[in-house]
Every structure is written in C-alpha cells, then in structure tokens.
Design a protein around this ligand. Structure first.
Ligand code: COA
Length: 366
C-alpha cells in the first residue's frame, strides 16, 4: 500500500450496558413524550453505570477494531482520541486507553478537543500523518468516545447518550477518505463547559443556528459552481453529527431552502440519503464525538466497494468539516454490525428510580 492510499482499515463500536427510553424520562419530567420522540426524534438514551466512562467505552471499541484487523498492537504508531469527556486537564484520555491496550514505545499518543468535532479532527490528523509519509509503515488508532450528560432537568436531557467508535487508519478496507474536505469555523458560545463544571452550558437556539449555518457553508463549498442536485445525488448516503435526530432533518430542510428547493424535495433528500443512517444514533442518543462516526458506520453497512458517502462533522465553539468517503471492500459484510447488535442485546433498561440513582452518582463523581 502506498501512503497516499491510507484510509479506514477497521471499525469497532462500543455502546454502554444501560439505557432508558426517552418516554420514561418524559414521565419523570412530566412532559408529553411526543415532544422527545416526535419533536426531537429521540428513542433511547444510552447510559453508563458506575465504573464505565469514556475511557472504558474507548477501550472496548478499540479492542473490537483491533480484533478484526490483520496488524498487531506493535504496528500502531499513533493513538489519537477525540473526546469532550476528558478525565483530566493534562493527562490525555489516550493514556488511559493505551495503558489498557498495552500500547507504549514509539507511539504518539494524545487527546483532541473540539466539542463533538474532536473525533473527526483526530481522524483527519491520523490520515494526514499517513498521507504525508510521516507514519511510514505504522498504522494509527483513532477513537471518538463520549458520555453526554446534561444537568438534571436541562432541555438537553432527552438528547443524552454515550458511545465510542474506534477506527484503524491503514489500508482503506472499510472506507477510503478523500484528502479534499470542506471545513468551516466561526467562534461562538453556543455550547461550552467551563473548567470545573460537571455539565455543559448551552444556548440551545444559538447552537441550532450555528449548526444549520455550518451545514449550509460546508455543503455550498462542496457544491461549488456545480448543480446541487447532481452533486448530492452522487452520494449513496449523507451522514451528519447527530445532537438529536430532528436536528439533522431540520438542517437538511434548511439546506434545501438555501438551495431554493421545495420542502418536498428536501424531505426526499432526507428520506433517501440521510434517515437510514440515523438508526443506531436513535438507540445510542448523542455520543458527541462518536455520533457522526456511529452514523457513518451504519451508512457503510452493505455498500459496494467505491460507493460514495458524505460525512458532516460539527463541534460547538464552533467548527465543522464535510468529508467525502468511499466504501471499501469490507463494507459489504460490515463486521462491526455485530458490535452494535451484541451491545443492544446485552444492555439493560434503567427505570425512573435507577435513572435518578445514576444521576445522583453522576453528580457525586463528576
Ligand atoms: N409533540 C410533538 N412535538 C412537540 C411537542 C409535542 N407535545 N412539544 C414540543 N414539540 C416540538 C417543538 O415544536 C420543537 O420542534 P420544532 O423545533 O420543530 O418546532 C421540538 O419539539 C423541541 O421543542 P422545544 O420547545 O424547542 O425544546 P426545548 O427548548 O425544550 O429543547 C433543545 C430543545 C434542542 C434546545 C434542547 O434539546 C437542547 O438544548 N439540546 C442540546 C443542544 C444541542 O443539541 N444543540 C444542537 C447543536 S450541537
């Protein structure tokens, strides 16, 4: 393999062992459940019990990605972990993960922070490290892992979730990634977590506006002077960061408006290219950095080699980037489906009392 061909060789996912349907949360908060299911498009909130966190999720995802890759841990020369659930302001979360994996020596190990965009940045950096030749014969382990919790009673509570996606950057067996991407950033305080605060502060409406604007800017850059319909029709799937599923639909409708399309045409784009890839996100809830990559992993399932997909990453603050991928030969069989199936089968529901206890724990230990 020439370094220029490097892509995503292997994918592993990890969801936590607990969940709560948002309809249960609606009962607890005395809210019409339709607000959470129809208004926000949410189904389940994936939850971590005591002893599980972004590091354990990352380790689980990494072990699964490594188990279906033909290289070994000695072949990894870079571990980059995108997260906004850091345990420490100095020690990178990658150190906890590398310790568990037995990864040390001539390895660059670091954490990447840019809200929900951090996992994508970690992936881009790892790809650019390979494409530049700096990685030489080594591969990179990239992980996006987060536990998304809002303060109790916050409007963001029904959108909570957790999960991790690990990707090995080496031969493009699962997906190739184009070196050409479309970034956009604009400083804003739409969602932030000051040092020492356990939970984020959110300007809900501003965060929706920033996200929608970033979608428009990135897709306009992708389309350039070409025909928007023709450009978007090329993709088998269009994936998005998923703060909550309805946010994605709203952004597609907004993009359609910006392009001068009818609402019906934008709805059709959403239905044909976007909706199916949200299936796992509805079951994980928001997993911040991992959300987009959960959607990409779902979109790749069953695709023929060479099928193109687009992937829009967004991180509050705010920064965004639109990536172009093509399915690799392994996408047709997509062995990572078993990760999600296994975790969904094994996970246990949490009732209202269990949720309150868990949140009490989250408050005490955060
Ligand atoms: N049945 C059906 N839909 C209902 C409903 C009901 N009984 N009650 C409300 N809704 C709809 C609303 O009309 C609204 O839909 P619309 O936006 O299409 O009009 C939707 O449910 C949400 O209601 P809203 O009152 O706007 O919710 P909220 O203000 O309580 O919280 C967020 C919404 C997004 C602000 C909140 O979930 C949040 O802060 N999330 C975290 C931030 C985030 O994810 N930002 C995204 C970019 S990163």
């Amino acid at each position: 393999m020439s370094t220029a061909e490097a892509g995503i060789a292997s994918i592993g996912l990890q969801l936590p062992p607990l969940y709560m349907p948002v309809t249960e949360l609606a009962e607890l908060r005395n809210v019409d459940p339709d607000k959470y299911t129809k208004g926000l498009g949410c189904l389940d909130i994936a939850l971590c019990p005591s002893g599980h966190d972004a590091a354990t999720l990352a380790v689980g995802a990494a072990k699964r990605a490594l188990s279906r890759w033909d290289g070994s841990i000695e072949d990894i020369g870079l571990i980059a972990l995108g997260t906004e659930s850091a345990k420490d302001m100095s020690r990178p979360l990658s150190a906890w993960v590398a310790e568990e994996l037995g990864l040390s020596g001539t390895v660059r190990s670091y954490e990447v922070k840019h809200a929900c965009y951090g996992g994508t940045l970690a992936l881009r950096q790892a790809l650019e490290w390979k494409w530049s030749g700096a990685g030489a014969k080594k591969a990179a382990l990239v992980i996006a892992s987060d536990v998304a919790l809002y303060s109790v009673g916050d409007p963001g509570e029904p959108t909570q979730g957790a999960g991790a996606v690990a990707m090995i950057v080496d031969r493009p067996d699962a997906a190739a990634v184009s070196p050409i991407s479309f970034p956009f950033s604009h400083p804003a305080f739409d969602f932030w977590r000051p040092v020492g605060d356990s939970f984020p502060s959110v300007d809900g409406q501003l965060s929706l506006d920033c996200y929608k604007n970033a979608v428009s800017e990135c897709f306009r850059a992708l389309i350039g002077g070409r025909d928007a319909r023709e450009v978007l029709a090329e993709y088998r799937a269009i994936c998005f960061h998923v703060p909550f599923p309805k946010m994605v639909k709203k952004s597609v409708i907004h993009l359609g408006e910006e392009l001068g399309w009818s609402a019906q045409e934008a709805e059709e784009l959403y239905r044909s290219k976007v909706e199916d890839a949200l299936e796992w996100n509805q079951l994980s809830g928001n997993a911040y950095t991992a959300s987009l990559w959960i959607s990409v992993a779902r979109a790749l399932v069953g695709l023929k080699e060479g099928a193109p997909i687009a992937a829009f990453s967004y991180g509050s603050g705010y920064g965004a980037e639109l990536l172009q991928l093509t399915a690799g030969p392994v996408a047709a069989s997509a062995p990572w489906v078993s990760d999600v199936e296994e975790d969904l089968r094994a996970r246990k529901p949490v009732d209202l009392w269990g949720y309150e206890t868990l949140r009490g724990h989250a408050r005490a230990s955060a």
